[in-house]
Design a binder for this molecule. Sequence first.
Ligand code: PBG
Length: 342
Amino acid sequence: MDFASDRGIAGRIDAATGGRRLRRLRQHDWTRRLVRETSLAPADLIWPVFVRDGSGADEPVASMPGVVRYSLERVVDAAREARDLGIPVLALFPYTTRDKRDERGSEATNLDNLVCRAVGAIKDAVPEVGVMCDVALDPYTSHGHDGIMRDGRIVNDESVEILCRQALVQAKAGCDIVGPSDMMDGRVAMIRDALDAEGFRDTMIMSYAAKYASAFYGPFREAVGSNDLLKGDKRTYQMDYGNTAEALREAEQDIAEGADMIMVKPGLPYLDVLSRLASEFGMPTFAYQTSGEYSTIEAAAANGWIDGERAMMETLAAFKRAGAAGVLTYFAPRAAKALRAA
Ligand code: PBG
């Protein structure tokens, strides 16, 4: 006689599973919390903010509902908010009008440019909040590319020289972390050299190590005023989305050149790359949940198709699960508030 079949379906399932029923631990909120493998905290978040010249009200970014461009006074308020919420770092991105743009992105190396003034204002008022600045020329060039264009090509070495000067003015303004997002070859080493030579040994570098040529940057380009300026695309310097081994080589290179932290961008479509880099190199590895990822969630939520709040927390948790030390996300203040309320 078959003992298991005597006990009906329960006995047969127990016989088949060896009695291991994985749902046991999912019964209660407290058990789920008890055995959760990864966690998300406000300290994991980097808040990218857009700054603009002039004073007055926050300017909404049409393609990023809930995201605005702050004036200088307001960006200081944002830094205070970050401090109060336990968000460690703000990443600054300038909105630049056409009159401040030229072929060579000269405004990038102006010690008194908008980003430098914003860094100074934040560091004066809220020194305990970290400030990160993007190193790339696209907010400043008339063609919207991250480097110098010559005969229709983005030239590497000449771009790197200017990027070094850009990183230097940011460091002089008091920036804590420079984030080269330009994808030129050799820029991390050259920026490290330039910073050290000028006495900025403590300025950190978070390199956009694996930055893919992506459809998920669209709304950002509107936010910084590059959308209708960009000529062509960025595929001669940003990575091809078919590649993983190349991401490993990029990261290895940036680490050898002196990067303190590395980043993968975009985030959600590249969790595999994030996971590989985090486990391969053991460096603090960050994900950038980009503008397009943010707006995708917001648009679906606005239509009532998904629960935006839950999608936000689920995606941020996914980055941690994949091995991220933290996430650059436009959801930062909202997520921090939700985490504090939980
Ligand atoms: C500039 C830069 C971009 C982003 C961050 N730094 C845009 C681009 O490379 O075209 C994208 C951020 C986002 O989409 O949220 N080099």
